[in-house]
Design a protein around this ligand. Structure first.
Ligand code: NAD
Ligand code: SAH
Length: 414
């Protein structure tokens, strides 16, 4: 079964998957292991992650491990129709297309769940949310699941705090080999990839305002500095704000920063970070983008409401003419700019994130019935396996403690 835009797009999709496969050595290794060991034999997996080439490769290796898998995207604007077609041609059940309406997107999510999954792989919590609300009849078959992103974990923790989580969930995002690299270096590069591809403007000498100084924002700010921009950080957490100061950035509130920025990037997981009041204070031509979950950080609703005129200025750039005569430009409808305006994080980064996903999915199957219905940390061994294999793929050998060193590090005597 499948529901996609056009199966004829498969050739380009297959080429893209082949390209990432040759740049994801950890997944290559897991693919070999899964083919041999069949850890998912007879297991049904529902997967909802941005449907582009790296996710497609993850889905194929889970299938190669014996799973029956249904796949959809985690954002209507990040789905690539050629990738969906390629996956169908490889025998996977895919339900997704680019630019699905909210209703179609909901139907796709329900379709991947309808076959009664044992394992759910989620990005942002949409599948888990459906299983806890309108599809509770499927709960008895679910062994557990894995969550990809920060906001998804925030939502899961909220459910867990109320003791309402109905199956164990692995917090993939919190693994070191995920957020330290994916959120920081992945977002740092792919956000600028999205902004540069879309605007084709120069960054050097411009002022970039980055909202938040968490893992994603740190990467975005670091790369903006590298491109020659002056960077301003806004925060709500006093410690993170000091960290930004010590890293050499200007720190101020959004009210002040809104007058100064040429480019604005939000990555907070919060809502209403940039709103009506700020838009009026911005320079003519300011470029707005978001890298955090959903289109509420840069208030899309406010822009749509207050604009005197809305124009499609270039692919993925919407111009909002305001009543003060100035135009501000929003990229990718305020959705994740790196995934709506580019191909998301590079293969070598997603290799680590998705190796954690694949190993956590395997762990969920192995631990069936043994894990409590809470959010669980990724076992240290999984993190270490991924780190060591990544180093190996880079041809790097590191030191190991001698017995004497180990003893020295573990003693309290002088
Ligand atoms: P994080 O928790 O490390 O950082 C978020 C930061 O934002 C925190 O320091 C917090 O204090 C700050 N913040 C919160 N509300 C704020 C506000 N109103 N104004 C200014 N700062 C505020 O989270 P993270 O891992 O950096 O993730 C941030 C968001 O990006 C999440 O929604 C996450 O799901 C998403 N994410 C996106 C990508 C991507 O590919 N685009 C990758 C990873 C995570
Ligand atoms: N449904 C939410 C999802 C948040 S996405 C939304 O659309 O707003 C954030 C996650 O995207 C990150 O945790 C990151 O791991 C993932 N991501 C980044 N680049 C990716 C890529 N190339 N392929 C698949 N997932 C990617």
């Amino acid at each position: 079964m499948y529901s996609i835009r056009d199966i004829n797009l498969k050739e380009e999709g297959l080429r893209k998957i082949d390209w990432v496969r040759s740049n994801m050595p950890i997944l290559n290794e897991l693919e070999r292991l899964f083919i041999k060991e069949q850890p998912f034999k007879g297991i049904k997996v529902s997967l909802s992650i941005h449907l582009e080439a790296k996710t497609a490769y993850l889905a194929t290796i889970i299938k190669a491990g014996g799973a029956k898998i249904r796949v959809t995207g985690s954002n209507p604007l990040s789905t690539q129709d050629d990738i969906a077609a390629a996956l169908v041609s490889l025998g996977l059940e895919v339900f997704a297309w680019y630019d699905a309406t909210e209703e179609e997107y909901g139907t796709h999510l329900r379709s991947v769940l309808e076959f009664g999954p044992n394992v759910v792989i989620d990005d942002g919590g949409d599948l888990v949310s459906l299983l806890h609300t309108e599809m509770t009849d499927l709960l008895p078959e679910v062994y557990g699941g894995c969550e990809e992103t920060t906001t998804g974990i925030v939502r899961l923790n909220a459910l867990d705090r109320e003791n309402r989580l109905k199956f164990p969930m692995m917090s993939v995002n919190d693994a070191d080999c995920k957020h330290l690299f994916d959120n920081r270096y992945g977002t740092g590069q792919s956000v600028w990839d999205g902004i540069l591809r879309t605007t084709n403007l120069v960054i050097a000498g411009k002022t970039v305002v980055v909202a938040g100084y968490g893992w994603c924002s740190k990467g975005i700010a670091m790369r903006a500095k590298g491109l020659g921009a002056s960077v301003i950080i806004t925060e709500i957490d006093p410690v993170k704000a000091i960290e930004a100061v010590m890293d050499g950035f200007a720190v101020m509130n959004m009210d002040e920063a809104s007058y100064l920025g040429d480019f604005f990037v939000t990555a907070t997981g919060c809502k209403d970070v940039i709103t009506e009041k700020h838009f009026y204070q911005m320079k003519e031509g300011a470029i707005l983008s978001n890298a955090g979950h959903f289109n509420v950080e840069v208030s899309y609703a406010d822009l749509e409401r207050i604009a005197v005129k809305i124009t499609n200025r270039r692919k993925n750039i919407t111009g909002y003419l305001l009543s003060n005569g100035k135009t501000v430009n929003l990229l990718g409808e305020g959705r994740l700019v790196n995934l709506t305006c580019a191909d998301g994080h590079p293969a070598e980064i997603m290799d680590m994130s998705f190796a954690i996903q694949a190993l956590c999915a395997k762990y969920i199957v192995e631990q069936k019935g043994k894990l409590s219905n809470h959010v669980h940390k990724v076992p240290k061994e999984i993190d270490e396996f991924v780190a060591l294999f990544k180093l190996k793929s880079l041809g790097i050998t590191i030191d190991t403690l001698t017995e004497e060193q180990h003893e020295y590090m573990n003693s309290w005597e002088l």
